[in-house]
Design a protein around this ligand. Structure first.
Ligand code: ZN
Length: 97
């Protein structure tokens, strides 16, 4: 139940994830190299979904997979405008994640 991030905070977090990650992988929409469902660490929007027939996953949005370690990695929307617009939608709904 965090507070809604300001534009500045979104920018800072994206910058942190994208510049500090040890490895960064660009995942295109439709890419099947993803496992299970992923969400954007900033705005919470869904980035991939499970394919029930194969047990694998498929990207539903362009995003970055930022790898920090085997136990810590985050996924973020490739387009920062996507985070801004999703966050502002949350704001309208009352600001709860
Ligand atoms: Zn996002």
């Amino acid at each position: 139940m965090g507070k809604v991030l300001s534009r500045e905070e979104i920018k800072e977090r994206r910058k942190y994830f994208l510049t500090q990650a040890e490895k960064k992988t660009k995942i295109q929409k439709g890419d099947r190299r993803v496992y299970g469902s992923r969400m954007c660490a900033i705005c919470g929007t869904q980035l991939s979904r499970m394919i029930s027939t194969t047990g694998g996953g498929i990207a539903t949005k362009h995003h970055y997979h930022c790898y920090f370690s085997d136990i810590f990695f985050v996924n973020v929307c490739m387009d920062s405008r996507s985070c801004y617009s999703n966050i502002s939608k949350l704001e309208v709904k009352g600001g709860h994640y």
